[in-house]
Ligand binder design. Structure first.
Ligand SMILES: O=c1ccn([C@@H]2O[C@H](COP(=O)(O)OP(=O)(O)O[C@H]3O[C@H](CO)[C@@H](O)[C@H](O)[C@H]3O)[C@@H](O)[C@H]2O)c(=O)[nH]1
Ligand SMILES: [Mn+2]
Length: 738
């Protein structure tokens, strides 16, 4: 395929518009006031530190100063995102006025999967079907599935999917279906006719076969229909494992010869499991995506690339047209690296107890970045210009062979001998040795959050990005459905972000230098995300341990400084809540979001930090722990729907949470005793307030410790370990404070 064609639009038929949000002026004023308040507080803390008389008061003041420095840095670094939030609109209906449908650029879709048990093949198939059925010239779509699990179960599922697709695509087209993931379509209400019955039967049959095969763990001969299929499975010989196996590339649908049941040509569907070997690094998802970039270059080389996680199915068939509204606009085309749609999730419980909707991360902050250089890349639901992977807009960095050049036009059919040989070659595990892949071109290596890191590097290279957030969500995905999954996910992110923060491309230095403070600071904020754990842990323990020892550590209620504290606390939360609710959240979801923020701060961020340090010292190695996209247990999924916390399995990640719950409860009670005994309330007020606030946030933990009897409650052993540690902590604190 050739590069993107240009076209001109007129004011009367715009492809897209942009307007600044109304809150901009308020935001700017607030940012100034807020920054001054933070500086005043820090000044006060430094003064207190300077005047401290005893080692204990010195220790306390120093801890508070460091915590508030971190809080201050994190808050101020986020302010640039409030300077120019914008709202965009696209007009896909105007597209055909500027370009004939038949001339639309080709689109390569990448779908990554890595584990047939955590990521059920039938769901991956649904994702693929939903994009194959896009309202887009079918022959221009190629779907590449990357299977890092190297699983014949996944390949089998896709063989079935290829057959089902020949019915599904015309069905969607003829009935103007909007939900093009069959699972979603059959699960929602809509008019039913005899066609629907037929297609539902076909789908059910496919689903049953695929699920059955996955349950058995292998593909029986009885399920193999043709010689071609049989040959494909012959690759799975003894010794073939997920970590060690040859490349498997299987063209399941070929757009030059395979037709649907109405005689129209189908899109390309290609299964790719890149070669793996225990001795070559594979760089997790980034490595998988680079392999797909190369394999797709040899076969179709579309100028537009859409990356999707296996769970991110399309919820709107017109989505690629929205991306075209930018990619075809010649005034901005040459600078646009990618167009990011927000991650949205379908099956989150009503109040989102694990805060997995991440409204701030996926919607609010990108709206702010959009007014600057553009949103960061979040790994899925993102349309890239293929060119952006090959150096800055102004300086092209050529790949090692010309066939991978983004402008190369593929001349041969995808199943020809030459093409397949080359495809196998570029999917090899040693192919990248001594090349620029992962460093100068392609998705960048060196971080477990390859999405964040790659987007960041593209921005540093000078590429711009667009945040496209239409009213009807373009994609839906799955969010973690147990507390441990949610914590493990953010632990992996924490590690990946620290890898960026302490790399030679650290946003705080390299980023601010190449993009200026406005983009550099927010990126620095993200990369230092895990250091939230420092102030959060301090505020969850220090005031409480002091209180338990009858020591007051904050200014009196009557003092001016007290009001400064109050202003910062209430101001931050009110603004946060306002932004959250106006981005479509509810009050309860906001409350749960701030609660899970504390929980992560006390648990996953700290664990991530420790693991990162161990890794840097060479004591531990890193892995990409894939998030499970299913819940096997009915009871558990019922508890999730009811919004009940799931502790079920014992895990060290829960221990700090339980210690916090215990210490805060005891400290609050002891504070009450002190006050009843006549201790000055003014002196302990702030400490009591903080402790009370932490306690309210700990309510689900108290419940899971004491009041529940279901399987999701906290294990007795975890409680015992935590109580023991809480005692130890109390004793150490007593030694210090006495
Ligand atoms: O070695 C690997 C590991 C993972 N994956 C795929 O990566 C995707 C994301 O994995 P998931 O377990 O769902 O992680 P999440 O934390 O939910 O994902 C977020 O964070 C990741 C970075 O940590 C990004 O890659 C994702 O796009 C982003 O949605 C899935 O499709 C996996 O199949 C691979 O292809 N190869
Ligand atoms: Mn995911």
């Amino acid at each position: 395929m050739e590069g993107l064609r240009r076209c001109t639009t007129t004011d009367a038929t715009p492809l897209h518009t942009l307007e600044p949000m109304r809150r901009t002026v308020f935001n700017r004023v607030f940012a100034v006031v807020y920054t001054c308040a933070i500086l005043a507080l820090l000044y006060h803390q430094a003064q207190t530190l300077h005047h401290s008389t005893t080692p204990v008061s010195f220790f306390v003041s120093l801890s508070l100063l460091i915590s508030d420095l971190v809080l201050g840095f994190m808050s101020i670094a986020l302010q640039p995102l409030r300077m120019l939030p914008v709202r965009r609109k696209q007009f896909p209906e105007n597209l055909e006025r500027v370009m004939k449908k038949g001339d639309y650029p080709a689109l390569d879709v990448f779908i990554c999967t890595a584990d047939p048990y955590k990521e059920p093949p039938i769901s991956v198939v649904n994702t693929a079907l939903s994009v194959m059925a896009y309202d887009y010239p079918t022959q221009k779509i190629s779907v590449y599935v990357s299977d890092d699990g190297g699983s014949m179960l996944t390949l089998f599922a896709f063989m079935e999917a290829a057959k089902f697709a020949t019915h599904w695509l015309p069905f969607c087209r003829n009935n103007h279906i909007v939900e093009r993931s069959p699972e979603r379509y059959f699960g929602s209400n809509h008019p039913w006719n005899s066609d629907t019955d037929k297609i539902k039967m076909l789908y059910d049959a496919m689903e049953e076969t695929v699920k059955h095969v996955v349950e058995m763990g292998r593909v029986d001969d009885a399920y193999i229909n043709s010689k071609g299929e049989q040959e494909a499975f012959h690759k799975w010989v003894d010794g073939f494992s997920r970590q060690d196996h040859p490349t498997v590339i299987q063209v399941l649908l070929n757009n030059s010869k395979d037709k649907d049941i109405t005689g129209e040509l189908m899109p390309n569907l290609i299964y790719v499991s890149r070669q793996k070997s225990r001795t070559s690094p594979h760089h997790f998802k980034a490595g998988a995506l680079n392999a797909l970039l190369r394999v797709s270059a040899t076969m179709t080389n579309a100028p537009i690339v859409l990356t999707l996680d296996c769970d991110t199915y399309s919820n709107d068939p017109k989505t690629p047209l929205r991306a075209l509204c930018y990619l075809l606009d010649e005034t901005i085309q040459s600078k646009i690296g990618f167009i990011q749609f927000p991650q949205r999730f379908r099956e989150i419980n009503r109040d989102d107890i694990y805060g997995c909707e991440f409204l701030r991360l996926f919607v609010i902050n990108p709206t702010g970045m959009d007014g600057l250089r553009g949103p960061s890349y979040v790994g899925t639901g993102c349309f890239f210009s293929r060119r952006s992977f090959f150096g800055p807009p102004s300086t092209f960095v050529a790949p090692e062979i010309v066939q991978l050049n983004p402008n190369n036009v593929v001349q041969m059919p995808i199943e020809s001998e030459e093409i397949l040989t080359l495809a196998y070659k570029v999917a090899g595990c040693d192919y990248e040795n001594n090349t620029k892949w992962g460093y100068k071109i392609g998705f960048r290596y060196g971080s477990l959050v390859e999405d964040f890191y790659t987007g960041y590097r593209l921005h540093c290279d000078g590429w711009k990005s667009i945040f496209c957030n239409p009213d009807r969500p373009a994609f839906h995905g799955d969010a973690p459905m147990s507390l441990l999954d949610a914590l493990n996910q953010t632990k992996r992110w924490a590690i990946g972000l620290l890898q960026v923060a302490f790399s030679r491309y650290s946003p705080i230095i390299f980023g601010t230098r190449s993009m200026g403070l406005l983009m550099g600071l927010p990126y620095a904020h993200y990369s230092f995300w895990p250091i939230w754990s420092l102030p959060l842990t301090t505020y969850a323990f220090l005031p409480q341990l002091a209180l338990l020892n009858g020591v007051g550590i904050f200014p009196k209620v009557t003092g001016l400084w007290f009001y400064l504290y109050l202003f910062l606390f209430i101001g931050t939360n009110l603004q946060d809540m306002f932004e959250f609710v106006s981005a479509g959240g509810t009050f309860r979801r906001w409350w749960n979001d701030q609660r899970i923020w504390m929980i992560r701060g006390l648990s996953s961020y700290s664990f991530g930090f420790i693991q990162y340090v161990f890794m840097s010292l060479g004591i531990a190695t890193l892995g990409f722990n894939v998030t499970s996209k299913t819940v096997d247990d009915d009871e558990q999924s019922k508890r999730y729907d009811q919004g009940v916390f799931e502790f079920g399995v014992p895990s060290p990640m829960f221990v700090p949470l339980i210690i916090t719950a215990i210490i805060n409860l005891l400290s609050f009670l002891w504070g009450l005793v002190l006050i009843i005994r006549g201790r000055n309330v003014e002196e302990l007020c702030l400490q009591m307030l903080i402790t009370g606030f932490v306690m309210v946030n700990c309510l689900p933990i108290y419940k899971a410790m004491l009041l529940r009897s279901d399987k999701g409650k906290i294990h007795a052993e975890t409680i015992i370990v935590a109580s023991f540690l809480a005692c130890a902590l109390y004793m150490v604190a007593s030694l210090i404070f006495k």
